[in-house]
Design a protein around this ligand. Structure first.
Ligand code: TRP
Length: 330
């Protein structure tokens, strides 16, 4: 008998368009894995509410934008399932069940929660924000995902999911799958401005939907080796943001570029131009695919609805099984 393909589930908060950091950290690997694994991509609009509850318009638009970001980089809607989190009630039900067996102290000590709370300036955390890792455990397990491809910052959440699943299964005799994290190769893309991370809220992001001109402008403003004031002063690629990007986006020429920088045979302007070319070569096919979906909004709606219906069937079954095990079914 043919074995069922392993399942992956991963997701993005719908708090704006996705950027290159998302691409290298997560999107590229999910696209590569979609043929080998049964793939679920969650549009995490409930999780987006934990920080963006007041931004109704942004959240609304982002559901479609994040879908198009995924489709434009090559996620194939014929084989991958795109799911709108808020339209899957079983995830909310599972969150409530899981919340009963999750310690508030464990959530308080979650390093990602702490970093994000600081980043957003929260002193007094909302119940929903503190508890979103519990909801994320439900996201992952409603379909019994085996593998969760994520960046490093998500590891505490996957650990918590595993802990919850073990406890629940142990208590009720269920067989919910304990998922494994699959760390992406590049888990953090630094900002071209020198910030440790590319981020929407940091204002240093190159979006997958940026035009070639926008990309050129952003690269032109990138911070390089500050000591290299003129072209004939040799540069130090180890402290240059543009060099870090070449390593990822121009890998074949990376060594040559670095030695040309060190010997002052390439200047920052030409080096940046090269990076712009590499980025636009990557992004051009994405732009073309995106344009296709932008012209067909009803197709995008249909892709989300079809995927969500499939998720509901699976999630309802999981909740039914959980309720039976908890002796809540009458
Ligand atoms: N927390 C993830 C992020 O901030 C998004 C997310 C929501 C997610 N639900 C998920 C990731 C389930 C993996 C699995 O990027």
């Amino acid at each position: 008998m043919e074995k069922r393909k392993q399942r992956i589930l991963t997701g993005d908060r719908t708090t704006g368009k996705l950027h290159l950091g998302h691409y290298v950290g997560s999107l590229s690997s999910r696209v590569a894995m979609q043929y080998e694994y049964e793939t679920f991509i969650l549009l995490a609009d409930i999780q987006a509410l934990t920080t963006h509850f007041e931004q109704k318009e942004l959240l609304h638009q982002s559901i479609r934008e994040v879908t198009m970001d995924n489709l434009s980089v090559g996620l194939d809607p014929e084989i991958a399932t795109i799911v709108q989190q808020s339209a899957v009630p079983s995830i909310a039900e599972m969150t409530v069940f899981y919340s009963m067996i999750t310690s508030v102290n464990v959530l308080r000590h979650n390093p990602t929660i702490k970093t994000e709370a600081k980043q957003y300036g929260y002193k007094d955390l909302s119940y929903g924000f503190l508890g979103y890792p519990v909801s994320q455990a439900a996201d992952i397990t409603f379909c019994n995902a085996d593998v969760v491809p994520v960046g490093e910052d998500q590891i505490p959440h996957i650990e918590l999911t595993r802990r919850i699943v073990r406890k629940f299964n142990g208590m009720y005799g269920t067989t919910i799958t304990e998922p494994e994290a699959k760390l992406s190769q590049v888990s953090r893309l630094s900002g071209l401005d020198g910030n440790a991370k590319m981020g929407k809220s940091l204002g240093n992001a190159i979006y997958l939907s940026d035009s070639s001109k926008e990309v050129a402008d952003k690269v032109r403003r990138a911070v390089t080796d500050p000591a290299r004031v003129t072209k004939d002063i040799p540069g130090d690629p180890t402290i240059c943001n543009v060099a870090k990007y070449h390593k990822i986006f121009t890998p074949d020429e990376y060594d040559t570029i670095c030695s040309m920088c060190r010997s002052a045979t390439i200047g920052c302007v030409a080096c940046k131009k090269k990076l712009t070319d590499s980025l636009n070569t990557l992004l051009d096919p994405f732009r073309e695919k995106r344009a296709y979906y932008e012209d067909r909004p009803e197709l995008v709606t249909e892709i989300i609805q079809t995927g969500t219906a499939k998720a509901n069937a699976l999630g309802n079954e999981t909740v039914r099984m959980m309720k039976d095990a908890m002796h809540l079914s009458i």
